[in-house]
Design a protein. Structure first.
Length: 355
């Protein structure tokens, strides 16, 4: 078993006792950090940064140098899989992702290959290996993937969307075709996450950023079912330790019981859910991750601390909580504010972990 200097995050995911509540921040490496902007400029475009293992490692470690975070997350993107399937991903300056060849027909779905993680996606595994080496056992490394549904939204819409009209049209007019696409994506995600675990990721997380735009029946059929299949097919142990799995559906507050029943170790929550209610509904089965509104990082130090106290008190005594934002950090938050957040979580949570 690799000895970790700080394994609070892994312990909390398995609801084992900890000295304080661990914290990391979704999208903790990114444009709110001046050093990130400098490294990204060095790499050129965003995908070149992801493809360069040394630079991807550098940006992964940047937030850990500033803040006492309890986990590192692989610097990459959820759209690496559709890119490896040949859809031609690009990020224009200051724009969201775009695909040159969106999935718009039966033929397009049939022609999609299932990427080999140690071939087309080897650059991701290389980044995992370099980051593990450079972390030197300080904190665990989180690997990740998008959920099949969330990946499909980008592939069918051709990029980001607000209304999701193309994929919803496919859902309601050609459901079998969408299921074929989701099946291929689930298979690809299983291979991808298992390869990340083999390469050294000590926990994995599935981002279902757009699950919340689905109707309640459609969520179970078109998103949750496929995440369930992924969870069931992951290699959940490596280096003599359990590899915990976190599922995060943004806007998934209505489905917490069903998400927890997939066999995952933790459920990620956005800020629309009260942690104490979530704990009452599912808290003894799985750990909970969340759930500060990322916009609180615009507030004063006093306000940030007050919000931390409320969330810690919502969860209450004992292990099983991983503090996080309810979604990714905003690009323009003052760089000193995450330090206030991280230190407050550690300081105020000690009282909840006295045995
Ligand atoms: O210009 C830049 O520097 C690119 C901005 C950027 C960054 C920093 C993108 C493009 N991706 C990333 C990194 C990233 N993406 C990480 C890195 C690790 C970390 O957390 O520090 C992770 C985990 C992601 C995951 C991701 N990408 C998600 C799921 C999580 C979430 O925030 O909802 C999604 C939806 C994406 C798509 C994506 N990639 C990039 C952008 C700007 C977007 C969002 C587009 C949209 O809003 O639809």
């Amino acid at each position: 078993m690799t000895v970790l200097k700080n394994d609070r995050y892994l312990k909390a995911l398995l609801r084992e006792p900890v000295d304080m509540t661990p914290i990391w921040m979704m999208r903790q490496a990114g444009r709110y950090l001046p050093e990130y902007k400098a490294t990204r400029a060095l790499a050129g475009d965003f995908m070149s940064l992801c493809r360069n293992a040394e630079l991807a490692c550098e940006v992964t470690l940047q937030p850990l140098r500033r803040y006492e975070l309890d986990a590192a997350i692989l610097f990459s993107d959820i759209l690496t899989i559709p890119d490896a399937m040949g859809l031609g991903l690009s990020f224009g300056a200051g724009e969201g992702p775009k695909f040159a060849y969106p999935v718009d027909s039966q033929r397009a779905v049939q022609n999609l290959p299932i990427p080999d993680p140690e071939d087309e996606l080897q650059y991701v595994m290389n980044a995992v290996r370099v980051i593990r080496r450079e972390l030197k056992g300080d904190v665990p490394l989180i690997g990740f993937s998008g959920s099949p549904w969330t990946l499909a939204t980008y592939m069918v819409e051709g990029g980001s969307s607000k209304s999701f009209t193309k994929i919803k049209k496919m859902l309601y007019s050609e459901p079998h075709l969408l299921h074929q696409l989701l099946d291929k994506l689930a298979e690809s995600v299983i291979l991808y996450l298992n390869a990340q675990i083999k390469a050294g990721s000590q926990a994995v997380m599935i981002f279902d950023t757009w699950g919340g735009v689905l109707g309640h029946r459609e969520y179970k059929d078109f998103s949750l079912q496929y995440m369930h299949k992924i969870v069931a097919n992951l290699v959940r142990e490596n280096e003599g330790r359990k590899v915990p799995v976190t599922l995060f559906t943004k806007g998934g507050g209505g489905w917490l019981e069903a998400i927890a029943a997939t066999g995952c170790d933790a459920v990620g929550l956005d800020w629309t859910v009260n942690l104490s209610e979530a704990k009452r509904r599912i808290g003894n089965k799985v750990a909970l991750q969340g759930n500060l509104d990322p916009s609180v990082l615009y507030a004063s130090p006093e306000y940030i601390k007050m919000e931390v106290k409320k969330i810690l008190s919502d969860f209450g005594q004992g292990s099983g909580h991983i503090f996080n934002l309810g979604h990714g950090i905003h690009q323009d938050v003052p760089v000193q504010n995450p330090k206030i957040l991280v230190d407050a979580v550690h300081q105020y949570s000690k009282a909840y972990h006295q045995q």
